[in-house]
Design a protein around this ligand. Structure first.
Ligand SMILES: C[S@@+](CC[C@H](N)C(=O)[O-])C[C@H]1O[C@@H](n2cnc3c(N)ncnc32)[C@H](O)[C@@H]1O
Length: 161
């Protein structure tokens, strides 16, 4: 029988994730290793092309605000910033504390004061209804429980034209 552990997001079975739901309870070394794998995957042309295709489809531009749901350690941040620019706003959400710390360190290196990263569950996005211009996720939906819950929140936090 599968076991689950209690963390800041409640039990892992509560938020319906796979092994990603256990990372907050793991020693830092394997978590860092998984972060490096995310980083390496993100740089592969196929994943990078897919992310940039998705960003183009969002209808965002310089100055737009965007949520990345399940941002991991935010390897896609430079691509997002290349679309929204320094006047845009980026909010990344992920339950894994070590990933959010890495994402915040990345904003420091990039000087991206317009990018914020929060520990959280995309099924409860910390944003008001319609607050953002767009929301997207990259390699996340199969990991975050029923897609309806995650997608519903992403739609709620996105403005309706
Ligand atoms: C394969 S990684 C992709 C990370 C990042 N989007 C990227 O492209 O590198 C999947 C991510 O989904 C996150 N995740 C899983 N369940 C989640 C949930 N309920 N809310 C937010 N993020 C979640 C994991 O913590 C992990 O960082």
């Amino acid at each position: 029988m599968a076991t689950s552990s209690k963390g800041p997001m409640g039990s892992t079975s509560d938020w319906g994730s796979d092994f990603f739901g256990t990372l907050n309870d793991m020693p830092s070394e394997p978590v860092l290793g998984i972060g490096q794998i995310l980083e390496a995957m993100s740089a592969l042309p196929a994943f990078r092309d897919a992310r940039n295709w998705l960003l183009r489809k969002l209808g965002i531009s310089q100055g737009s605000s965007v949520i990345e749901a399940g941002c991991g350690n935010a390897p896609g941040l430079p691509d997002i910033l290349s679309v929204v620019g320094t006047k845009g706003q980026v909010l990344g959400i992920d339950p894994t504390k070590a990933f959010i710390e890495s994402a915040r360190a990345r904003t420091g290196k990039l000087g991206a004061t317009n990018a914020k990263f929060e520990v959280g569950d995309i099924r409860a996005i910390p944003a008001a209804d319609g607050e953002f211009d767009a929301a997207f996720c990259d390699k996340v939906l199969i990991r975050a429980g029923p897609p309806r819950a995650a997608l519903g929140e992403m739609v709620r936090a996105t403005r309706v034209d």
